[in-house]
Design a protein around this ligand. Sequence first.
Ligand SMILES: Nc1ncnc2c1ncn2[C@@H]1O[C@H](COP(=O)(O)OP(=O)(O)OP(=O)(O)O)[C@@H](O)[C@H]1O
Ligand SMILES: [Mg+2]
Length: 506
Amino acid sequence: MAQSLARENRILSALLEVSKVLNSSFDLEKNLSKTMRVIGDFLEMERGSVFLLDQNSHELKIVAAHGLTKEQIERGKYKIGEGIVGKVLEKGSTVVIPNVGEEPLFLNKTGSRIKKSGISFLCVPIKFKEESIGVLSADRIFKDKAITVDEDIRVLEIISSIIAQYVILWKHYRESEQERENLKIQLKGRYSLPNIIGTSDKMQEVFEAVHRVADSKATVILYGESGTGKELIAKAIHYMSQRAKRPFIKFNCASIPEGLLESELFGHEKGAFTGAISARKGRFELADGGTILLDEVGDLPVNLQPKILRVLQEREFERVGGERTIKVDVRLIAATSRNLEDLVSKGKFREDLFYRLNVVPIFMPALRERKEDIPLLLEFFLRHFNEENKRNISISPDALRNLVDYNWPGNVRELENTIERLVVMSGRDIMKPSDLPINIKLPSPEGILQKESLRAGIEDIEKSSILDALERTGWIQAKAARIIGLTPRQIGYKMKKYGMTVKNIF
Ligand SMILES: Nc1ncnc2c1ncn2[C@@H]1O[C@H](COP(=O)(O)OP(=O)(O)OP(=O)(O)O)[C@@H](O)[C@H]1O
Ligand SMILES: [Mg+2]
């Protein structure tokens, strides 16, 4: 009597323990293993195993087991209907083998039972809403004759129903995790533009703006230093818009003598001025149906600004020396490396034109403000110029560090030219710091002062470029290492340093 009460208590404690373990987290393997340990410790059962049906292979696999070695776990696979475990799943009902040694159906696949006599094998289905999703099995070693198998079965069936709930919850959890991952990937892809590199937040903002604005007719103004990609983005907007098949006309307001600007932009009639021997279309007319990029718009002479304003407002103008009003359907994109508001306050730029242009401002970040994009840009241009020159040049990690450190006053254009020069001129295949131009090799004076914060910055960059490379190669370390110019050992070391581990997916 006292003995059975003690056993009753142990069963309750075991059930409580199991529900605690399975409430703790969604670490499936760990928690099911713990559960099997509880069965062993409290209920004198050995080799408790949880088999779950793999939806892809339609096989039952051991997910967690207590008292089995890794190899034994590996071997424990059953097809539906195969062996006792397979039959329990198929029929959805419990099977008890009172004496394992006398049962021909018992396959002993894991090879874990050397002495078969005196062992009962208990095998209960794990069911959710009448559907078998797995099997829970355990060996009962009979020392105590007073305990009946019925009681053991009852306990195992309760535990298996708790496991069933847990597995279903875990599956939902995993699916929603997967969805979140997919969404992240989609979002990342959403803001990419062909041949324009930039995963930094600042460039992602630019890409997002481009996607948003491309389809409208809204005037866009691109602000940014020389070489930041203003023209590239203007073209992207044009080619993503419905005007893509119509002309993209670029006009640099700073490159033409003031006297010629008006006729270049608006065209002229025959005899409008000395030398105007025939009528000629201007850029606005040539861009009809398409897009015009007015580069360095801050250099537009003040006397010409009202005419631009009128095109923007009315989409009409007259050629130089002409009476006829010409109507055009043109989308205007302006670009400038100067501060237009400054020019407005100095009276060099009309305020009304400024507001007309400033409908959708896009700010191109300087390269030094988005250093995390430098490794990607280097890789992009290396591939390009390697192909163009039939070379196979890569950059050593030291040189990469120098290139990331450098503050790139000429932005992407300077980086592009630097890589082209290096690829063309380099005598060897791996570029070392000594191959770099002197200004890039040597840190600037403020660079020395900021060395510490820079180091932290570089580590961030290094980390994100390793992550990026890993993601792009499906976490194949050797491939990822090649992309960023590390050896497989180095990448392994760095991954450890930054606490990156390959995700374990069941
Ligand atoms: N994000 C980028 N990805 C790839 N290439 C880029 C990127 N940004 C700029 N480039 C390249 O850098 C060079 C300079 O870009 P772009 O001419 O668009 O700059 P910009 O801002 O118009 O410069 P500027 O004011 O000097 O005219 C081009 O060859 C362009 O293809
Ligand atoms: Mg430009």
